[in-house]
Design a protein around this ligand. Sequence first.
Ligand code: MG
Length: 385
Amino acid sequence: MKKREFIRCSGLLAGALIANSMTGCKNEPANKSGRKIRKDSPIRLKYKPYTLQLRHVFTLASGSRTTTPVVLTQLECDGFTGYGEASMPPYLGESHESVLKFLSEVNMEQFSDPFLIEDITEYIDKIAPGNYAAKASIDIALHDLAGKIVGEPWYKLWGLNPSKTPYTSFTIAIDTPRVVKQKVAEAEPYKILKVKLGLGNDKEMIETIREVSDKPICVDVNQGWKDKKYALEMAHWLKEQNVSFLEQPMPKEQTDDIAWLTQNAPLPVIADEALQTTGDLFKVKDIYSGINIKLMKCGGMNAAYKMAFMAREMGMKVMIGCMTETSCAISAAAQVSPLVDWADLDGNLLISNDVYEGVTVEDGKITLRERPGIGIIELEKIFQD
Ligand SMILES: [Mg+2]
């Protein structure tokens, strides 16, 4: 299926699912209580910068940090409220300033039908190139709003089976053996460990974990290895250590080396930094075995859903990941998770000041709520009326 045809078909599919779930008649959607939204009620946007505090210093091959800037958004329409979020880890190039500037240019009040998701996405995309976290903060809030109006969770509107959610991995960042062991103990409820490598102590990290745990591990190098022969040698060694896959082992620019590694490695090689949006799938399909989709990279739930379907059609493995985020963006990503092979949705578990409650992890498995939209509730009042 060609890219354009696929996007059109999946848009129609989502539209049809929404239409089927509307309990009102003709053009007027109604929620389960039967209340119809007024056609002339504009969609209003509110937003607020916020700083996430991390439970531990978070060290990757690209650097260390203790906070992550986010912007929390809210879309209101005729008494319904949808929540969204932009999360901006430094390596993606967005910031409080850039997201606030982008959102100040958004005129949502020209729209009064939150179900025009494709039209609204097109408008948002055209405001400025890039700015995917800022775009995701509108997209997530819009999905939450539309889901609340029809009174159904998004996984249901997409026709996905909530029992097919994967286990989520829990991230162990690069640290001293003492702290790594402490983090493995904290990860007790999780079935899979995601281990960050790429700072020169690769074997020490894995051996430290293997002293205290025999759980399956997946490895994320965050572009940290430069030499393909070392990468292949490590892939063989990691396979013996019960590692399931290797994420972004080398710099995304080293495409020939990565393609060679993918052909020769005994583990699937997954693209993360190498792709952002749906169009990038065509760039990575012959280089990697699979992709890591993140809402903050691709612009939100609409793009993530389409990317997951397209990648599967192309025979690629699919993973859904996250940044450090509140339960808002994590619960939004979790709606797509029944479509994927692996999930790494632990960003809300790594912070100490979450402001929402949503998707949970039960016995290591992502557990979707029966709540409408993205299924979250506010733990504290963020926006004053
Ligand atoms: Mg990664």
